[in-house]
Design a protein around this ligand. Structure first.
Ligand SMILES: [Zn+2]
Length: 345
């Protein structure tokens, strides 16, 4: 499926399938559907029926293999992609290991065999790497070799949220396609078509990225609880509120969108960002629907302590996935915010 805001770029690419470069880099902010675009393009290239700007047919043998996750001419490389065996060993031993956040060099080296032989279906061979910034130097260098000696009919599709974190040598061998965010109207229309309630508010909170907004639709009640709690922080105190937020972390059920520590830090950062912005320009970026509350909260705080608080949150965010005591973690974050929020009086 191609999102409406990607239709133009899709048509352009698929009209010149015979002249595609060997490596595409899909760049753009998170939550806009880059991944879906990459997989749709891979499916289209492997499909044995589709022509021109049509999407993959979904019915031919190639499409059936692809949707079953076992097309012989397709590889998806992502963090933790080689950990199945380790995980089996770990679970047999009753231990649980944290999933890697890096793409390992062995995952790239394993491509050698795949690239060295002809394709199984005599068509394209496609490798999707996501996110490309999950490759460290050594891993990226190992990929370079494959990018330098492209075998025919092979397309690498790299996906990145952060182009500046990639090696220049990688960038120079890829053609970058910027998948920027859709217009607000386009994004809202799509969210409403999908029956998303509170589409406008969620889209603003997601910085205009429609998939991110859709992903937070299930968090709506908690997000509102979050604002209520911040408004009561002075009376309730950080300890009581940390307790309530900790209970959210425990409520997550399988399959539901999960509120985790990192997400709470990001919500907090967006909130503090808007308090700063309100002080500087009288506007908000993420909280147009809460501008009265933002105005009230920002009037009680001084800008320098808000900026300090924002920087603290950036540091806190970097360790949010570490196995820290969640209650203490949240108390610490809320105490820092409380100091900033009441600093202007
Ligand atoms: Zn097909």
């Amino acid at each position: 499926m191609i999102y409406p805001w990607h239709a133009e770029i899709w048509n352009k690419l698929t009209e010149q399938i015979g002249r595609l470069p060997h490596a595409l880099l899909l760049a753009g902010p998170e939550g806009g559907g880059k991944q879906q675009f990459a997989l749709s393009l891979a499916a289209r290239l492997l499909c044995e029926k589709a022509a021109g700007s049509e999407e993959a047919c979904g019915k031919c043998p190639s499409c059936i293999w692809f949707s079953g996750g076992n097309h012989p001419d397709f590889r998806l490389i992502e963090p933790g992609g080689d950990e199945q065996e380790d995980a089996d060993v770990d679970s047999a031993q009753g231990t649980q290991k944290k999933k890697s956040e890096q793409i390992r060099i062995n995952q790239i080296r394993a491509l050698d065999g795949f690239l060295g032989i002809g394709t199984h279906r005599h068509g394209f061979r496609v490798i999707v790497i996501r996110p490309a910034e999950a490759m460290n130097h050594a891993t990226a260098n190992s990929l370079l070799k494959a990018l330098e000696e492209p075998s025919s009919s092979t397309l690498f599709i790299l996906i990145t949220n952060s182009r500046r974190r990639l090696l220049p040598t990688i960038l120079s061998r890829c053609q970058t396609l910027s998948l920027s965010k859709p217009s607000t109207d386009e994004a809202l229309a799509w969210l409403r078509e999908n029956g998303t309630p509170h589409a406008e508010e969620l889209l603003a909170h997601a910085g205009g990225m429609p998939l991110a907004a859709l992903g937070e639709a299930g968090d709506w009640d908690r997000l509102n609880g979050f604002y209520r709690d911040l408004a009561q922080l002075e009376h309730a105190g950080p300890v009581a509120i940390a307790g309530r937020w900790e209970s959210w972390l425990k409520e997550n059920k399988e399959g539901e969108s999960a509120v985790d520590k990192r997400k709470l830090v990001i919500w907090m950062q967006k909130w503090v960002f808007d308090l700063i912005m309100m002080k500087q320009s009288g506007a908000t970026l993420f909280h147009a629907h809460k501008s009265l509350e933002v105005r009230a909260a920002s009037s009680r705080a001084s800008i320098s302590t808000l900026i300090d608080c924002y920087n603290d949150l950036t540091r806190i965010r970097a360790v949010a996935q570490h196995p820290l005591n969640p209650r203490l973690f949240l108390e610490d974050m809320l105490s820092r915010y409380a100091r900033a929020a009441l600093s202007g009086r």
